[in-house]
Structures are given as C-alpha cells and as structure tokens.
Design a binder for this molecule. Structure first.
Ligand SMILES: [Zn+2]
Length: 464
C-alpha cells in the first residue's frame, strides 16, 4: 500500500491524502489550502494526482479545508463517488454553494494584482463544478460497514468535531491479508456542547491522525457558558449591545444552544437576540433535521423542548434590510453574526456601528488569525479600520475560549489509549498541524505505536 500526503502536511489546511492499494486509488478528503491568497491559489489549482484516475473519494467532514476543493476534482474530470455521512452531505452542499462567492471574490482580488503579460485569473471553480460534485455525494450512516469495492470496505464513526464529522475505518484486502487504516479527519473533544464525544475505534495497522492542538490544553466549554451569561447580564444592566462575530457552522449553533439552555433554566434576562447570517440560518435548519446525532444532554432536553435552536426573544434575520435596521436599534440586545474572524459578512456593519460606544461589548470567541480584524480587536488596538474608515475602539472587548472543536493533548491521549488498547497501532502519520504541535503530539503518540510516528512533508509518499 502507498500513501501520498497531498495536503495538510506540516500545516492545518488543504487536507488531502491519496491511498493506493493494488489497483485502487482512494482519496481521503479534498480540502482547500487557506491563508495567503496568491500562494493558496497556486497550491489549489493543481492536483498532485490525476483526478480522473481516482476510484473513490472519502470525505471526513464539511469544513472547507477538508471539502472545499471537491469542485476542483470535478473540473478536472473526476466522476466517481464521494462517500460521506448523511449530515456531511447536507452541510457540504451548503458550504460548497457558499464557497462559489468566495472563489469569485478571491479571483477579483488576484486579478487586481495581475501584470499585463499574465493570463486572466478566473475563479478556481464555478457553479457548474459545484453542482456536478454535489450530485456525486453518496451519503451513508454512521456505524455501518460499506463495501465500496471487492477489496475495500469502510465504516464511519462519530468524530465529535462538527455535525456529521467522521473518523473513517478502512479495511483493504491486500495479498490475502486485511490491512486496517484509520483516518481521524478532525478529531473532536469530550464535553463539547451539542456534539457526542469522539468514538473509540479498534486499533489499526496504519493511523493518519490530525494534530492541530497536539501541544495545548483547552479550557472547559462549561466556563464559557457562565461567562456568556455574565456578559448578557452586564449588557442588560447598561443597555448596551453585545456583538458576537461567530462562524456560521457550529459556533453559532453552540452559542444559540447555550442561550436556549439559560432561558430554559430561567437564568437568561429578557433581551432580544438576533442571529444575522443567511449562511447560519441555512445551516441551523440542517442541525434541526439531525437532532438524533446530538449528545445525551440534547436528547433528554428534546422531551421538553423540541427545538434547541429557538427560544422566546430569538430572531433569525434573513434580509439585508432587516439586518440594516439592527444598526439603529436602541437598548440592550445580542447580535450573533458572521464571519468568525471579522473579515467579511454582515458582522462588519454591526462592528462599525458599535465599536465606538463604551456601553457595547464585542465578544471574540476562539482563535483569530494574524492580520485579521478579529485579531486587531483581540489586541485591543485603539483604532480599527472597517471598510474604508477608521473607528476608535471604545467598546469593551471580551475574549472567550473553550469552544475549539479540536482535541487537545489530553483528548488525544484518551483517544489513542482506547485505539491502542485492543489490537495496537502499527505505523502512525501526523498531519493537519503546525510542526511544533505535530512534534509535541508525536512524543505522546509514540507510546501507543510499534513504529516512531512520522511527520510527512507535502507530496511525500510512503510504502506501508
Ligand atoms: Zn474541521
């Protein structure tokens, strides 16, 4: 068997790994490289294999760094199946449609910097490619073995990372032997709101594990709920606005769920709450269809509260007009809007209208990359450039951590121990991590494997 690491090797985006066994060619994930625009474009526009030669693609979950280049495969002639869980198929449909606008926008920016002798820069893919690949999605249930070919069967287990996320078990038949490969996709955490804990799977010959936070210990999510309540109470007392920039997939639904729980417990003060993101609204309706995938806490609350994503005082904003009206609203309120790092979307309008008032609060949840407006707010820079104007930051800034969807070093230890306890682990590869995180995690993982864990480089191939 041969494994080639075509992405997420020594970095956290562009997840894509090619497995070749006998005549079979199977691709695990097909994500977009993200980050610096021109460099990402170079990495995303070519594949390190011939897409039309692939027999199957297995998709771990619908984050763009795992599914975002599937339309590129279609553009290059891939017409085979894309196997994923039912929820991932629905979420990927929405995420990929949304990604068309991002591709158009990125091409527009790159086109501005193009010199006259370079060819015109078109979007990475088009609506036709997205529609084409969505037709090829083949949704499957968790926990069932699926015979993809005579020599390969696979099974999805809950990864507890986002709705629909899966750990994939692959069993290849090679020269009369069964070779077991486990791919973590992105591994979730224990105790995250809404989601079940990652499932423990039996050991394997080959493990491909993510390592994003292999050198960190996260704060418990429960602290965040108490902090959120304190912030809302403060806003009600001062009559200020609370603006929460949030990712549309996962983060927004978790915050709404926390607020819903507070209201059920009689803790939430009477305050209007608005979710202002068309993408979040589309994704939340998918969450409502898959309540059976949520954890025990949600299951038991469903008996008395059928919809964990709605409560008295909560409004989902659809139109641009309603969104604009919020800017001139008086009195305390909570506005949850995309995007998470404050780089685009409706949250920019809300920030523009709220950062200069000391009664307001900006609540930043989770990691903010360098050179983003979100990071400048975290750093409490005195002046913020929003669109083309400078604003003075007078609002209070609150930073809440604890909702990361990725395993920390303790979650990894717990999960590896479960994996290794039955039949052990042969060779492990650590992907999807900055070098420092992967190296630290290799130190932990080596105790559970027969061989030293490998940190593959981009485009490196291993015979296993
Ligand atoms: Zn992910």
């Amino acid at each position: 068997m041969k494994i080639t690491f075509c992405g997420a090797a020594g970095e956290v985006t562009g997840s894509q790994h090619l497995i070749e066994c006998g005549k079979l060619k199977v691709l695990l994930d097909c994500g977009l490289f993200q980050g610096h625009r021109a460099e990402s474009r170079r990495k995303n526009e070519t594949f390190f294999h011939r897409p039309s030669d692939l027999d199957a693609v297995i998709l771990s979950h619908a984050h763009i760094d795992h599914c975002g280049n599937l339309p590129g495969l279609y553009r290059e002639g891939y017409r085979g199946p894309v196997i994923c869980t039912d929820a991932t198929a629905d979420v990927a449909d929405v995420m990929l449609q949304d990604s068309i606008h991002i591709q158009v926008e990125d091409a527009r920016h790159l086109e501005k910097k193009r010199t006259t002798n370079q060819p015109r820069i078109e979007p990475l893919y088009t609506e036709k490619d997205v529609r084409g690949i969505i037709r090829q999605l083949e949704p499957q249930s968790y926990g069932q073995w699926i015979s993809l070919f005579a020599d390969l069967r696979i099974r999805f287990r809950d990864a507890g990372h986002i709705l629909g996320s899966a750990i994939t078990e692959l069993e290849f038949q090679e020269k009369g032997e069964t070779r077991r490969l486990v791919f973590t996709g992105d591994l979730g955490r224990r105790g995250l709101p809404l989601l079940r804990d990652p499932e423990i799977v039996p050991g394997c010959d080959i493990l491909i594990s993510e390592s994003t936070y292999g050198n960190r210990v996260h704060e418990p999510p429960a602290n965040l709920k108490a902090e959120l309540l304190r912030i809302v109470q403060h806003a009600v007392a001062t009559g200020g606005k609370v603006v929460i920039p949030a990712f549309s997939l996962g983060r927004t639904q978790q915050i709404v769920f926390f607020l819903n729980q507070m209201q059920l417990a009689g803790e939430l003060p009477a305050v209007p709450v608005f979710v202002d993101s068309p993408l979040s609204n589309r994704l939340t309706s998918i969450f409502r269809r898959y309540t059976e995938l949520f954890d025990e806490e949600v299951q038991s609350s469903l008996h008395t509260d059928a919809d964990p994503f709605s409560f008295h005082g909560l409004t989902y904003i659809a139109s641009q007009e309603e969104s604009m009206k919020l800017n001139y609203r008086k009195g305390a309120c909570v506005i949850i809007a995309a995007s998470g790092m404050c780089e685009s979307g409706r949250v920019l309008h809300h920030l523009k209208h709220s950062v200069e008032d000391p009664n307001n609060m900006i609540v930043i949840i989770g990691f903010q990359a360098e050179h983003t407006l979100g990071r400048r707010i975290v750093d409490r820079q005195p002046y913020l450039k929003i669109y083309d104007r400078q604003y003075t930051l007078r609002a209070k800034v609150e930073i809440l951590n604890g909702l990361s969807g990725h395993a920390d070093v303790n979650d990894f230890k717990w999960w590896y121990e479960g994996l290794a306890s039955q039949t052990g682990v042969g060779q492990a590869f650590l992907v999807h991590g900055e070098p420092a995180a992967s190296q630290a995690l290799a130190g932990v993982l080596k105790d559970y494997c027969d061989e030293e864990p490998v940190l593959p480089k981009l485009h490196e191939t291993f015979e296993v």
